[in-house]
Write a protein that binds this ligand. Structure first.
Ligand SMILES: [Zn+2]
Length: 453
């Protein structure tokens, strides 16, 4: 089933046409238009019942993005779009909407700076109908994570993709078998977590720019990737009184980051810093690009049964999910990308292949150690849903080389637990508990130097 088109126009000039075969009913109407500005990118969403053929051109002098919507009549919803673009949007100076041809509505975005454009369609999911997403990214990433990455690997500015990972792991698999007996101190300090970090002596990858070796582990900060679940159009679970998971988990994540920032030798990195959606695959890529020492995804559970309660911790399962409920949860969390509008299926297959073929056992073992410590701490401040670490196929746990744990802090669907989650004091306690668990894990796994105080 085709679900989404993804098209990238990089640079300032380009002409692309994408869309469905021309079978569209004339004069499709828009159901709604939305704008999600964020630090990372601005997303304009057009929601409609019918298929739509969309063409776009990126032009310069002056910089503008022209989008033609075939078989669409400018209507009230579309006419309203310019007024909901924030005046201080970093990319869009102004938007003009008009009926370009009798059957073509045209959007002209006057741009403040060069952008990278991604336009894709998402099929109906959850409360949403068919949507076209128009994402404007900076031509150059002002992403704080990217900046941190750039500092760490001065000459390397690109994120290693999963494809690169597969290559690297495959190479390591061949080379590693011979080298296993002679483990260097560097490798010792970073057992599996640094599969892609080129250890000194490794040749730089042929394709990319010259790779600068990371600093020795004894002086490097440990990087803790904190992934607040959901965001933007994807609210996550919603409690009986309306509390949204995306807001709760962002706050807990920020509080945790504050605590980690106070620890010598530790460096928190928030995968999402505000109310916007980050595709699941991108979350994993960011954590990997940062060479994160671990990744913690923060969520708040929901279940049809209001009585369900307590915190849980998940690590990746290498086979089927350990229980039906775990499987159910994995499906639900993975559906976030459908809400956010990115087709990850192919990438998932690649990641799954990596999982099957290469070293996930170490990742899972380390993740389980971390998850156990987190559960121990969460059990001190509240109830546990299950005393044992659970296993599931969450997409965000799939970095094959970064120990990754997904924590469901409580059941937001349980009225009592929703109340606790709504309380800033309890969110502080949650952040404290996660902080303690992470520190215990790092102390237990520190072989040389760089121990957190
Ligand atoms: Zn969630």
């Amino acid at each position: 089933m085709r679900r989404a088109f993804l098209l990238q126009g990089i640079g300032t000039v380009g002409l692309h046409a994408i869309g469905w075969p021309l079978q569209t009913a004339w004069a499709a109407g828009l159901l709604g238009v939305r704008v999600w500005p964020s630090q990372a990118y601005t997303r304009v969403t057009l929601e409609l019942e019918q298929r739509l053929v969309v063409q776009h051109q990126l032009l310069d002098q002056p910089l503008r993005l022209v989008i033609d919507l075939q078989d669409l009549q400018v209507d009230a919803a579309l006419r309203q779009l310019p007024s909901i673009i924030p005046p201080d949007d970093p990319w869009i100076a102004q938007l003009r909407v008009g009926q370009f041809q009798p059957k073509v509505a045209r959007l002209v975005f006057d741009l403040r700076q060069a952008v990278r454009v991604e336009i894709f369609e998402s099929l109906p999911v959850g409360p949403y109908q068919r949507r076209w997403m128009i994402d404007l990214y900076p031509d150059r990433e002002p992403d704080p994570l990217q900046a941190l990455l750039n500092r760490r690997f001065a000459a390397r500015s690109d994120e290693p993709g999963l494809e690169q990972l597969i290559e690297d792991l495959a190479k390591r698999d061949v080379q590693g078998k011979a080298a296993k007996t002679a483990t260097s101190p560097d490798q010792k300090t970073a057992p599996s977590a640094k599969a892609v970090a080129p250890a000194s002596g490794n040749p730089p990858s042929e394709s990319g720019p010259a790779v600068v070796s990371p600093p020795p582990a004894s002086t490097a900060s440990r990087i803790i990737a904190i992934d607040a679940g959901h965001g933007g159009e994807d609210p996550g679970a919603i409690g009986p009184s309306g509390l949204k998971e995306k807001d709760v988990v962002l706050d807990v994540s920020r509080k945790l980051a504050e605590r980690l920032a106070g620890d010598q030798g530790l460096r928190p990195a928030l995968i999402r810093e505000a109310d916007y959606f980050v595709p699941l695959g991108q979350r994993v890529r960011k954590a990997r690009a940062l060479r994160a020492d671990l990744m913690l995804s923060v969520h708040a559970d929901a279940f049809t049964e209001a009585r369900a309660r307590g915190a849980s911790a998940f690590v990746l399962s290498d086979g089927a999910a350990s229980s039906a409920s775990a499987r159910y949860l994995a499906q639900k969390e993975n559906a976030a990308d459908e809400l956010g509008g990115v087709d990850l299926r192919r990438r998932d297959q690649d990641a799954t292949r990596v999982l099957l073929e290469l070293s996930t056992r170490t990742q899972i073992r380390e993740s389980s150690d971390l998850a156990n410590l987190l559960l121990g701490e969460l059990g001190r401040i509240g109830r546990l849903h299950k005393a044992k670490v659970e296993r599931a196929g969450f997409a965000v746990l799939r970095a094959p080389d970064v120990p990754s744990v997904l924590v469901e802090t409580a059941f937001i669907s349980n009225p009592e637990e929703e109340q606790r989650l709504a309380d800033a004091g309890y969110r502080d306690q949650l952040a404290d508990a996660l902080h303690k668990g992470i520190r215990q894990y790092l102390v237990a796994n520190a072989t040389t130097g760089a121990k957190p105080r």
